[in-house]
Design a protein around this ligand. Structure first.
Ligand code: ADP
Ligand code: ASP
Ligand code: MG
Length: 450
């Protein structure tokens, strides 16, 4: 049996007919049976989210038409345009039916409705991909990811049930081995109640990794709009360089600290199942890319810099904390009860500062800072909230064991204020929090120094 590959194409790779044709070319170059996993066409998920939340029929119509026109424009470039447009129209009609329904008042039901609406982005783009693929193989077809990817019902942030997913994927593996050309959707799944779920923004990488693990694939290829993982975000820093290789641990840290090129959860299935991950440019595959693996040839002390914007810093201050026990337990108990996920923590004698994980905390349409939670915290401590912050993280190996990094961080940040700094818990990162407006400049300076 030839080992299976999984090829994932992100939103910009699905942006228009030319981009999709480039993706098909990439898949056609592979000898291995390949499951294709696609994101929604660029911009469509954002439009769908706005559509799900829009209140007026004028706005709904406008957004719906924009989405429909985008998909239909791409469909017209396929050779079987008539059939493609007809199948798209069925999907668009189903979408309109949900959009036209009243927005439920309960948060959970609203989140469920939103997932259902948002799923049409990937459902339409996978259909489009299959029609372009048919230019090479008339039997190329779409398989609905919701028949394979089982999740819980945390709408907007669903967690996969890997055992069930792996079981369901067995038949998929056999079809791929038999030579079928199959494309499926990233980002979406089904919960036990039978409703559509989504894995969180950027979740197609995660879906692709889950499919790769379930299919016991040899390789997961993430095709995107950059030629691999860079030393920092190439959009922020012109000097950023592509990396030929990186370890799983380093890549996981980079992704967790904001390098959008990979979804933070996407590496876990690959690590657990020993699947090499390759990141490359779908329109320029000849540029090569980055291989993420368990054993890169080199493990430099500093590998890359990541930045994550829109951070919320919560400072909780209580004089009761002086020489007291149980304060932290009480604080974290409250956060846990409201399902708030905490990222970084620093403490002093009477106060604690923590950053909140925006994505992880907002399943089922919940707010990041629920009023009832703030009320509970305020009952025993002074609470301060700061927003508009960016977290900058230096990623590498044995960071802190070499004395030369901290002065470079401080020099690069100067004269801006560092609101928080964390080092020591992980051998792979040193991170600090600065104002959003200062972040790009600091990253450029730090990148040059390192
Ligand atoms: P896709 O739609 O293909 O999933 P994303 O926009 O999610 O693509 O991720 C690719 C983007 O990630 C790049 O355009 C780049 O701006 C950003 N990015 C952030 N950090 C890095 C990094 N270290 N290396 C490469 N790209 C990065
Ligand atoms: N379409 C989804 C999003 O925009 C998932 C993805 O692109 O990975 O977040
Ligand atoms: Mg992405």
């Amino acid at each position: 049996m030839t080992p299976i590959h999984v090829a994932k194409f992100g939103g910009t790779s699905m942006a228009d007919a030319d981009a999709i044709q480039a993706c098909v070319q990439v898949v056609e170059q592979t000898q291995n049976p390949t499951l294709v996993v696609v994101s929604a066409c660029a911009g469509v998920t954002n439009l769908l989210i706005r559509l799900a939340d829009s209140q007026t029929s004028v706005e709904k119509q406008r957004l719906f038409t924009e989405i429909k026109d985008k998909h239909n424009g791409i469909a017209r470039a396929t050779t079987a345009a008539e059939v493609c447009l007809q199948q798209l129209d069925e999907l668009h009609q189903q979408l309109w039916q949900v959009v036209d329904s009243e927005i439920p008042s309960s948060l959970a039901e609203r989140a469920r409705r939103r997932d259902q609406i948002v799923s049409f982005g990937e459902r339409c783009s996978s259909l489009l991909f299959s029609f372009f693929w048919r230019h090479h193989h008339d039997d190329a077809s779409v398989v609905d990811a919701r028949s394979f990817l089982q999740t819980n019902d945390r709408y907007g942030q669903a967690e996969p049930d890997f055992v069930q997913t792996a079981n369901l994927c067995k038949a998929l593996g056999e079809r791929l081995q038999a030579g079928e050309k199959l494309v499926t959707q990233g980002f979406i799944g089904t919960c036990p109640q039978g409703y559509t779920t989504t894995l969180g923004r950027g979740g197609s990488d995660y879906s692709a990794a889950l499919f790769a693990a379930a299919l016991q694939a040899e390789r997961l290829n993430i095709w995107t709009d950059v030629a691999g993982i860079y030393t920092t975000d190439p959009r922020v820093c012109d000097d950023a360089r592509p990396l030929q290789e990186i370890s799983f641990a380093e890549a996981a840290e980079l992704a967790t600290f904001g390098a959008k090129v990979l979804h933070p959860k996407s590496l876990k299935p690959a690590i657990e199942h020993g699947i090499d991950v390759f990141v490359g440019h779908s329109r320029k595959p000849q540029l090569g890319g980055t291989l993420v693996s368990a054993k890169p040839q080199q493990r430099p002390s500093i590998r890359a810099i990541a930045l994550r914007r829109n951070q919320t810093l919560l400072t909780v201050n209580s004089v009761d904390m002086l020489h007291a026990t149980g304060f932290l337990a009480r604080l974290f108990d409250i956060l846990a009860r409201y399902d708030i996920s905490v990222d970084l923590v620093t403490t002093s004698e009477v106060s604690i500062a923590l950053t909140l994980d925006e994505e992880g905390s907002q399943a089922n349409g919940q707010s990041l800072l629920p009023a009832a939670m703030l009320e509970e915290l305020s009952a025993f401590a002074k609470v301060n909230i700061e927003q508009g912050l960016t977290l900058v993280a230096v990623i590498g190996n044995d960071i802190g064991h070499f004395g030369d990094i901290s002065p470079k961080v401080l020099e690069s940040a100067s004269p801006a204020t560092i609101r928080m700094i964390c080092q020591g818990a992980s051998r792979h990162n040193l991170c600090f929090l600065v104002a959003d407006d200062d972040a790009d400049n600091i990253v450029k300076k730090l990148h040059a120094k390192l």
